[in-house]
Every structure is written in structure tokens, then in C-alpha cells.
Ligand binder design. Structure first.
Ligand SMILES: [Zn+2]
Length: 445
């Protein structure tokens, strides 16, 4: 690969250990890796990529999504429901999905993330109707060009066993574990710089058994992959845990092996002080999904308290059926605003929210090779044009989440251009949108 020199950025927000910010900054990339960060770097043989008037940040990291849900945005009947009612409206629609639905919806969701500055996303796919497989989404990520942490989700407790999902959407637990092994062996790449990793991710404590939670943790640790699930999302979730398990979600997680730096939980809106301490001590990660939490009325996650205690926190847009957007830079702004609603105007700065969206997410996903602009880190880079109307008049264009663009100008993943001049460089986006709308219309009919 040739060398690329990103040159003369108005500001480079490195998010490195010293949180350096370089004015008129340059970044050199070779073979997908950042080899130099500074000012007035020599051009040499590098292809020059001008960044005048731009703020350059690490690529944003999305730690929680259900990409398949981009086909069920703004579904009537689900627009104004609480979590459990919302799920029961959508399950029958999702039950009709095929591999084509999985692939196209994932392509749309990942492209939307890319355009909002995201270079790495996880996904939580927990239902496999009509022959759908995890690789339908891995293929989509390969086309779009994002770094991808696919997680093999699962549901095993159907309605007739007291669970929430309809029986025909749940799987046998032995089949789930077998397929986890198949996709880990087939797709997981543990190396530094890897583009695809696979995790193990039972959907939530209310849709799988205690045994599956425990066995999934044992399997994940045996294979050296990470574990992910939904936890403590809202009051109904806490009530369910107390009634069915006789304990709070944090205790349940700990009892079944679901704490540690190889675990991250989505939402955690309702963690109490003791659970926050448990997560901090065990380095258990949290995927904070502020828009989804607002959309479903779940509450305000105690992110300030989590960060102060040392809990690793990243951001997630969550599934597009409960957001309904998938714009990660706006998710960062929402995270900042929501902590201020709960804790006052000085509760979270624009830079801290951006740190959670970049470095924080990389930490949650176990990617110490990503999430900052520093020598030796992977070249996952977002370039934001701050010469437009959103930043016009800003005294601090680097405060992107206060007054900045909501769409990236250029995006590099492993040094490869995924977005160029605000357009997808890797896929024919208008064609994908057409496919998506055709599939959504057919589902609605
Ligand atoms: Zn979710």
C-alpha cells in the first residue's frame, strides 16, 4: 500500500494518552497503520490528502446495534411502546426475514454509521429466521468496509416457557452453542488490526435460560472471544430479574460469569451504586445507547457515575427500530446532553463525549489497537469539514458535538477510503437504498 499523508487539519483531536490536540496537524499512514502524527511532516512518497478547514478525529466506534432492524424503522404500533410491548409488536415481522433482508439491512445500517464517522461497529444478531446466518451481516460489513465485531446472539425461551419471544423465533440451546463454535472458528480473527471479530451474545436474561448464559460464558472464554448481552435496560427489566431470578441484574451477571474485561453489556440504565462498583472492579464494559433509552423511555443511564468509578463506557446507536436513526456523532451529542439533564451543565464536556465515542468504544470492544490517533494504532480516521454552516461562527470548531457537522467528509478504515467527499466510496448507496425500501414495502404489505 502507498503512504497517505493527511495534511494540514485545522485540528487533530488525537484522543491519545495525553489527549493531545494539534493545530495544523498531519497524520501519516502506511499499510493501514498510523506511522507519524505531528505538524509540517515531510511529504516524501506519500499521496497527500488535504484536510484544510477540517477537524480530524479517530473513527467513531459503535458498541451496540441490531443492524437487521433498519428494515423496521418507525413501524406503526411500535413507535410509542415501552420495551416489552415494542418487542412483541416487532417479533412477528422479524420472523419473516430471510438472508437477503439480513444482508441488505446490515448494508444500510453500516453505511449510515460510516457516513456519521464510524469506522468500527459491533452488531448483535439474535434471531435467525428462514435460513439467516451471522455471515449475512459479516458479508455486508466486508462490502461497506467497516471493521466489524459480529456477535452470535440467541433466544431460547419462547412464550410457552414464560419468555417474551414467540416460540418459532427461539432456538434449541444445543444448536445455539454449536453455531457459536461454527462462526467463531469460521470468522473470528484475534490478531491486532483484525477486520472481523466474533463474540457470543445471548439476547438478554429474559430470553435465554440461566444454563445458556453460563454455558455461553464458558464457551466464549474457551475460545478467547468477547461476550455481550442486554442488561438492566429499564424498570420492567429489573422487576423481571427480581421476580424470576431473585436478584438484581448485576448479581445475576456476576453469578453466571458475565463480568470481566471480556464482557460488555448494553444499556445498564438501571445499574445501582453497588453494580457500578462491581463493573468498575471487574472492568466490565457498558454500551451506552442514549437515543434508544430516550426513544423507549427507559431512563438516563448513570454514565457520569460509571465513568467516575472507572467503568469502561462506549456508545451504541442500538437497533434502528428503537432509535430510529443510526447516526453515531449525533449519538455522542445525545450522550452529552442527557448527562447534563441528569447532573447539570458541567456533567459532561463535548470532548469527553467524543472520547467515549472513540477511545471509549475501542476499549469496550477490547481493541487497544484502535480508537486513537497515535503511532502504531490502526488508521481508522474521520475527517470532519468544519467550514460549513453547522460550525459557522464557532470559536472552537474542535468542539464538534456542540457545533459541528453530523456527516463526515472523509473516512478511512485501516487506511482505506470508505467515505470520500461525503459519499460512500465502497458501495453503490442509491441501489442499496432502493433494495432496502423494496424489502420494507413488501414486509409492510
Ligand atoms: Zn439492543
Amino acid at each position: 500500500m502507498t503512504e497517505i499523508l493527511i495534511q494540514n487539519a485545522q485540528t487533530v483531536l488525537t484522543m491519545d494518552d495525553a489527549r493531545q490536540e494539534l493545530i495544523n496537524g498531519d497524520i501519516r499512514i502506511r499499510d493501514g497503520v498510523i506511522t507519524e502524527v505531528g505538524t509540517d511532516l515531510a511529504v516524501g512518497d506519500a499521496a497527500v490528502h488535504r484536510a484544510d478547514g477540517c477537524v480530524v478525529t479517530p473513527g467513531l466506534v459503535n458498541t451496540h446495534h441490531h443492524l437487521y432492524q433498519t428494515l423496521t424503522r418507525a413501524v406503526p404500533g411500535g413507535q410509542d411502546a415501552l420495551l416489552f410491548g415494542w418487542l412483541q409488536t416487532l417479533y412477528p415481522i422479524w420472523a419473516r426475514f430471510t438472508p437477503e433482508h439480513m444482508r441488505v439491512s446490515a448494508t444500510v445500517g453500516l453505511a449510515e454509521l460510516a457516513l456519521s464517522g464510524c469506522t468500527m461497529s459491533s452488531d448483535h444478531l439474535y434471531l435467525y429466521p428462514n435460513g439467516s446466518r451471522l455471515e449475512d451481516t459479516i458479508d455486508a460489513a466486508g462490502e461497506v468496509g467497516l471493521r466489524f465485531h459480529a456477535t452470535r446472539g440467541a433466544m431460547s425461551i419462547g412464550e410457552s416457557d414464560g419468555g417474551l419471544p414467540p416460540d418459532h423465533l427461539v432456538e434449541r440451546e444445543a444448536d445455539i452453542l454449536d453455531d457459536c463454535i461454527r462462526v467463531i472458528d469460521g470468522f473470528h480473527d484475534a490478531r491486532d488490526g483484525s477486520i472481523v471479530r466474533v463474540g457470543v451474545a445471548p439476547c438478554s436474561p429474559f430470553s435465554v435460560s440461566r444454563e445458556l448464559m453460563r454455558d455461553a460464558a464458558i464457551l466464549a472464554r474457551d475460545k478467547g472471544v468477547m461476550m455481550h448481552t442486554h442488561l438492566a435496560e429499564n424498570d420492567e427489566d429489573i422487576a423481571y430479574s427480581l421476580e424470576k431470578f431473585g436478584c438484581r441484574p448485576g448479581q445475576y451477571a456476576e453469578d453466571l460469569g458475565w463480568t470481566g474485561d471480556d464482557v460488555w453489556h448494553a444499556h445498564c440504565v438501571k445499574l445501582d451504586g453497588q453494580e457500578i462498583d462491581l463493573f468498575a472492579k471487574s472492568r466490565t464494559g457498558v454500551a451506552h445507547c442514549p437515543c434508544s433509552n430516550c426513544r423507549l423511555g427507559s431512563g438516563i443511564a448513570p454514565v457520569r457515575a460509571m465513568r467516575d468509578a472507572g467503568v469502561p463506557v462506549g456508545l451504541g446507536v442500538d437497533g434502528s427500530a428503537s432509535n430510529d436513526a443510526g447516526n453515531l456523532i449525533l449519538e455522542g451529542r445525545q450522550a452529552m446532553l442527557l448527562q447534563r439533564v441528569a447532573n447539570g451543565a458541567d456533567a459532561m464536556s463535548a470532548r469527553e463525549a467524543l472520547e467515549i465515542a472513540t477511545r471509549g468504544g475501542a476499549q469496550v470492544l477490547g481493541r487497544h489497537d484502535c480508537g486513537q490517533l497515535a503511532v502504531g494504532k490502526r488508521a481508522d480516521i474521520a475527517i470532519w469539514d468544519t467550514s460549513g454552516i453547522e460550525s459557522a461562527g464557532s470559536w472552537d470548531p474542535a468542539a464538534l458535538l456542540l457545533a459541528g457537522p453530523v456527516r463526515v467528509r472523509d473516512l478511512f478504515v485501516e487506511g482505506r477510503a470508505v467515505v470520500r467527499e461525503g459519499q460512500m466510496a465502497t458501495i453503490d448507496l442509491p441501489r442499496v437504498i432502493e433494495d432496502q425500501n423494496r424489502l420494507a414495502r413488501a414486509l409492510a404489505n
